[in-house]
Design a protein around this ligand. Structure first.
Ligand SMILES: *Cc1c(COP(=O)(O)O)cnc(C)c1O
Length: 324
């Protein structure tokens, strides 16, 4: 295993001063509905609005002085981009976020507001990534990967550690799944403490790269489609180094949701729990309320992010049929 339990303990020490130890809430409504305890890891309340800050902070703080001085780079415009920008700022490091011309202005502003330099290049995500590669090769910056990286995985694992500390009796964990950095870290932490815990990954049907890769037995490319769970989009990387193997080994079950089911999760979180979640953050709740997953024993759901446009959230809560 490329990441071991002690890496997660080290990550926790390193990042503790900079992240929230988010609360593990209780869902009375889901508990009553299923007759088991249901706990909600309120990680959408993390600084920058998602768990991505844990991994990014662990990666940035692990750089030696020369690398920190040269700076870090990413092509992510979403939660990972925000996390890298914030992690760099708190450690006094320069962060460059490369984006294509097609990225909407609100996302550009969100990253700038966190203190990162924004570099607009080309017309696709690939063009933006090519600029990151150039900054690494020619200017000595360090790329901070969104999921397939030992330090990032260990950082995300700290969230699993907290869940098992707060509720040692958990027997099932339900975790949003895209590239698998989150679930790899969380499952490693949880199964070290309790090897029999059942770990469920939840993705959207539209472009579920990890689920299809698991089925094929190796990483495969999938066509990316628009989805309400936009933070779960993107591939696992054909050259995937760590997360594919870790997910293969540590994840017990994978569930895929339709767009309507994801919307139902966002709506339920708001109406029953009073929580504003983005689509990707609500897939755990969605899996339960749509009936695709029956919790067995005390169950912990990771609510992974809250970065959704206010207008889109309002439309979902109003019950509009949304085509993402
Ligand atoms: C990135 C992200 C995920 C998925 O994390 P992976 O490590 O790529 O599996 C889930 N939820 C939110 C809100 C995210 O930003």
């Amino acid at each position: 295993m490329p990441v071991v339990f002690t890496d997660i303990l080290a990550a926790r020490q390193r990042i503790a001063p900079h992240i929230h130890r988010t609360r593990l809430g209780v869902s009375v409504s889901l508990g009553d509905r299923f007759g088991v305890g249901v706990r909600l890891k309120l990680e959408h309340q993390q600084v920058t609005g998602s768990f991505k800050l844990r991994g990014a902070t662990n990666a940035v703080l692990s750089l030696d002085r020369a690398r920190r001085e040269a700076g870090v780079a990413t092509a992510s415009t979403g939660n990972h981009g925000r996390a890298v920008a914030h992690a760099a700022r708190i450690s006094g490091t320069r962060a460059v976020v490369c984006m294509s011309e097609l990225v909407p202005e609100n996302k550009v502003q969100a990253v700038k507001a966190l203190g990162a330099e924004v570099r607009i290049v080309g017309r696709s995500q690939d063009d933006a990534q090519a600029e990151v590669d150039r900054l690494v090769a020619e200017e000595g910056l360090t790329a901070i990967p969104p999921f397939d990286d030992e330090l990032v995985i260990a950082g995300q694992g700290t969230l699993g550690l907290e869940m098992l500390e707060d509720a040692p009796g958990l027997s099932m964990l339900v975790v949003p799944l895209s590239g698998g950095g989150l679930i790899s870290g969380v499952a490693l932490a949880a199964k070290t403490v309790n090897p029999s815990i059942h770990v469920v990954g939840v993705s959207m049907e539209r472009g579920a790269a990890m689920a299809q890769s698991l089925k094929a037995g190796h990483p495969v490319d999938v066509r990316e489609e628009p989805t309400l769970a936009d933070s779960l989009g993107g591939g696992v990387g054909l050259q995937n180094r760590h997360t594919f193997a870790m997910v293969q080994r540590l994840v017990d079950e994978c569930i895929l949701l339709t767009e309507a089911e994801i919307a139902q999760g966002v709506r339920y979180a708001y109406e029953q729990e009073g929580e504003i979640l983005e689509g990707g953050g609500a897939v755990g709740i969605a899996a339960l309320v749509c009936g695709k997953l029956r919790p067995r024993g005390e169950t912990g759901l990771v609510l992974s992010g809250r970065n959704i446009a206010a207008d889109l959230h309002r439309r979902i809560v109003n019950g509009e049929r949304i085509e993402a």
